[in-house]
Design a binder for this molecule. Sequence first.
Ligand code: NAP
Ligand code: ZN
Length: 351
Amino acid sequence: MKTHEVKAYGTEAANAPLHSLNINRRELQPHDVEMDILYCGICHSDLHQIKNDFGGAMYPLVPGHEIVGRVSKVGDHVTKFKVGDLAAVGCIVDSCGKCEYCEDDLEQFCDEGVTFSFNSPDKYLGGATYGGFSETYVCNEKYVLHVPETLDLASAAPLLCAGITVYSPLKHWQAGPGKKVGILGIGGLGHLAIKIAKAMGAHVVVFTTSPSKVKDAKRLGADEAVLSTDPDQMKKYVRKMHLILDTVSAKHDVNTYLHLLKPDGSVVLVGLPPEPLEVSAFSVVSGRHSFSGSNIGGIAETQEMLDFCAKHNITADIELINIQQVNEAFSRLQKGDVHYRFVIDMASLKK
Ligand code: NAP
Ligand code: ZN
């Protein structure tokens, strides 16, 4: 298959800095859309992957899966997009399209496994898919999202992963009026979860390890904020929560949070600590509690989330950076020093 070279930023080995490099994008297939990338968010999953936290990293690795751009070319059979349209790509760029899960708009559970926007086997070119830290993206239109025109584009980029990853479980576990919903870990995912759960009508309680975020949580829309390292504050929430969404990226004690659930409540894990988490029998047996998880969301639900966020005027609080600052951004993300999502202005790649 014909390809063409574009500029990108990537890394050659775990813990090696990212640098400028060239990658190949495939020539447009009949259902493909090509977009010029305007903005790309930096998710903690990009950090896990460049560090090879989960194993299986394929180098050179070009991260980035919160991609917003403008359509520059369309294949002959494309119907959803035309040149000049805003467009976005999140985590999923391909799936089998035939299994019961793909047919049910749950591509994230595809029987054959989804193709992720980066560090996934590339069905077209072999090797790995390359993410959004690049000039362009080429993707079948089926997996490309429409970005509502009213949203600020840079601040909307994080919706493509962080947004859908919290929207999907909040909806599935029915966050809404009358429900006390805890949000654990206030980073990229957590701060959007506060805004989305609040817009769904839930009573939102934040649990954070960072004293500075206790105050900020209210500005973000939380009804209550708890410093989770203070046992006296935590005691007041035992048996109070219907649902707790756990976005923490590192090893932590989930039993503490299972004890905050009302009977039949659930702690839903979306964070991906690389190490196993221990669950004590009594944390789930007492109170018929559930400890469960959720993985991004399907394409139709991602579009639904974007439209929901446009309706409620929800975007991320971001720090806009140039691609040349990406290594510094990753080391700040590692330390939890970001309010609340880094987004790269991809125009800087042309410099
Ligand atoms: P982030 O911006 O780094 O936020 C993570 C937050 O977790 C931190 O801000 C901090 O919040 C808390 N935290 C970090 N280390 C902690 C520790 N040792 N103990 C307790 N709390 C700690 O990360 P993110 O981009 O939101 O991503 C969060 C996690 O979700 C990552 O593991 C990421 O890979 C994963 N993820 C999963 C999916 C999925 O589909 N399931 C999708 C995207 C991302 P406080 O300061 O408030 O305590
Ligand atoms: Zn992500």
